[in-house]
Design a protein around this ligand. Structure first.
Ligand code: CMP
Length: 223
């Protein structure tokens, strides 16, 4: 696929005309990162914005004892690295490749020029930042108001809602779920087993399906 075709499918650049997309493709380039490599280091100065072309990355905070909290998992079409370019502060988190990933890189000066020349990109950016803030609000609410099984139930619903709501299509390990809800892998495995026994979800080798949405919502404190 050409870079133009790839960029056309990125939500951040939705609403741009083909010539506008072409101008962006001329100032970006593709870069590949192997699984587990760090793409962005927390506290570094930021010099670029990245769009995920293929693969999956996690946005992570690391404690002094090495424990990780995953703030978000990003996949095809998502972007990251915009914050340091917008507020001129250091990188707010680490971003690490969870699988071999191909990224589209847009450097700082080009990013600012793009924003000035194509204000519709700024609208796409605001929309995405607003969505990100909603999801961070949800997370803060969950941490204070829900116990760990409730947080897991809510996360499973959110992941399913990235698609048609019936199943979680992306690959996700119990360890990753634990780092997303601030728990341990053992507790996640026990909770998933319990939700399965209660008939709220069903687990196959390929994916986790939502078997009883109303029941899972009740477990997530939504009803
Ligand atoms: P920046 O601070 O430049 O580098 C780290 C990036 O991680 C940041 O920009 C955002 O793009 C991304 N990021 C930080 N916090 C979150 C979050 N809560 N959800 C999704 N992405 C985030």
């Amino acid at each position: 696929m050409t870079l133009d075709e790839t960029l056309l499918r990125v939500p951040l650049f939705a609403h741009l005309s083909e010539p506008e997309i072409h101008r962006i493709s001329q100032i970006t380039r593709k870069k590949t990162y192997p699984k587990n490599s760090v793409i962005v280091f927390e506290n570094d100065p930021g010099d670029a914005l990245y769009v995920v072309d293929s693969g999956q990355v996690k946005v992570v905070l690391t404690g002094e004892d090495g424990r990780e909290v995953i703030l978000s998992v990003l996949g095809q079409g998502d972007f990251f690295g915009e914050m340091a370019l917008i507020d001129d502060m250091p990188r707010s988190a680490n971003v690490i490749a969870m699988e071999n990933s191909r990224l589209i890189v847009l450097y700082r000066d080009d990013f600012h020029r793009c924003l000035e020349a194509q204000p519709r990109i700024a609208l796409g950016l605001l929309r995405a930042l607003s969505r990100r803030l909603r999801s961070a609000d949800d997370k803060i609410g969950g941490l204070v108001l829900l116990d760990v099984p409730g947080r897991i139930a809510r996360l499973l619903l959110q992941l399913a809602d990235e698609g048609d709501g019936s199943k979680i299509s992306r690959k996700i390990t119990h360890h990753t779920i634990a780092q997303m809800v601030g728990s341990s892998r053992e507790t996640v495995s026990r909770t998933i087993g319990n939700l399965t026994e209660r008939g709220l979800i069903s687990v196959t080798r390929k994916h986790i399906a939502i078997a009883d949405r109303a029941g899972l919502e009740a477990a997530a404190g939504i009803r």
